[in-house]
Design a protein around this ligand. Structure first.
Ligand SMILES: Cc1cc2nc3c(=O)[nH]c(=O)nc-3n(C[C@H](O)[C@H](O)[C@H](O)COP(=O)(O)OP(=O)(O)OC[C@H]3O[C@@H](n4cnc5c(N)ncnc54)[C@H](O)[C@@H]3O)c2cc1C
Length: 281
């Protein structure tokens, strides 16, 4: 059962930061509420004050100087239907179409997904491969956090207690830049997710590989990237089995209801191979 709480409805990021600073651990922001209210109903967390941030707007997608700017309050539904994303970042559109179910996608936001840092989530993995940066804002000041520095552990990010995630900035890619995200799972949320981004210009270069869901937090795997960087498409393909094995180990896979550790590690390798093929084809 949901216990009583006070509701705040600020209209600026500065007000949100002030409320978070004033009430500390007794207050929490919420957007769609699809994670937080569920956790409160289950009695897993309790807050005396909830800060509704939906009046901040922040639900636009725009392109500026080679960067796609995604407002943190965009719902999954808005992202899967964004004309700009369909044109500039179809891999993210496809990912969003396959997040949760239609009810969660209507209310749940990308910011809520990233900030909750539930391990079995999709967007963080692809955003990491795409070199995205998170904008952490406290009204008076803001900073950018690279996706690989944003996720710290299960349910833990590097956002400070009085910071709000306001925007996700994703570098837009030239014609030679390719990417793909694949996931596997048989429960409600994914068991393993793998993303790859690379440039293809005679050789494979600037490879970024990220693995998510298997372990506590999405992780970038530089050692696997090195096996593909600077190689021809065929040479890189031949190295995929080794790169997949390295990525599987690096994923810090945990045995749980989604599968055993070695099973998840194996799936990481399978998905990496398929994601590479999808990206270059
Ligand atoms: C049944 C179910 C199935 C799901 N399946 C999938 C799936 O397949 N793939 C997947 O990726 N996800 C899945 N999800 C997760 C879903 O994507 C999230 O529930 C949703 O995106 C959370 O967004 P929200 O706005 O509702 O977050 P909220 O519940 O409002 O907030 C979640 C947390 O983030 C914090 N927060 C929210 N916004 C901000 C912000 N802008 N700045 C700082 N902190 C913030 C809140 O304080 C809270 O701690 C599933 C969820 C459910 C319930």
């Amino acid at each position: 059962m949901l216990r009583r709480f006070r509701l705040e409805e600020p209209e600026s990021v500065a007000e949100v930061a002030e409320l978070l600073g004033r009430f500390g651990d007794n207050a929490k922001v919420y957007a769609g509420g699809t994670e937080l209210l569920l956790a409160m109903k289950e009695g897993l967390v309790q807050y005396e004050r909830l800060i509704n941030i939906k009046k901040l707007g922040l639900n636009q997608v725009s392109a500026e100087n080679g960067t796609l700017k995604i407002g943190a309050l965009c719902t999954h539904h808005e992202l899967e239907n964004s004309a700009l994303l369909k044109q500039r970042m179809p891999a993210l559109v496809k990912l969003e179409q396959n997040v949760a179910n239609v009810r969660v996608r209507q209310a749940g936001t990308i910011g809520g997904n990233l900030c909750f840092a539930e391990p079995h989530a999709d967007p963080g993995t692809l955003l990491m491969a795409l070199g995205a940066k998170m904008v952490a804002d406290k009204g008076a000041s803001k900073r950018e956090i690279l996706a690989e520095h944003f996720f710290v552990d299960a349910y833990e990010t590097s956002l400070a207690a009085d910071e709000v995630l306001t925007e996700i900035r994703v570098p837009t890619a030239g014609a030679n830049r390719k990417c793909a995200y694949l996931k596997f799972g048989y429960l409600e949320r994914p068991s393993v997710g793998v993303a790859i981004a690379l440039s293809l210009n005679g050789v494979v270069s600037d490879v970024r590989i990220a693995v998510g869901c298997a372990g506590p937090a999405p992780i970038r795997v530089a050692e696997a990237e090195a096996l593909l960087n600077g190689k021809s498409k065929d040479e890189a393909s031949r190295n995929l089995a080794q790169a997949g094995a390295i990525a599987g180990k690096a994923s810090q896979a945990i045995s749980d209801l989604h599968g055993a550790q070695d099973y998840k590690e194996h799936i990481v390798g399978v998905l990496l191979k398929r994601a590479f093929q999808a990206a270059v084809s």
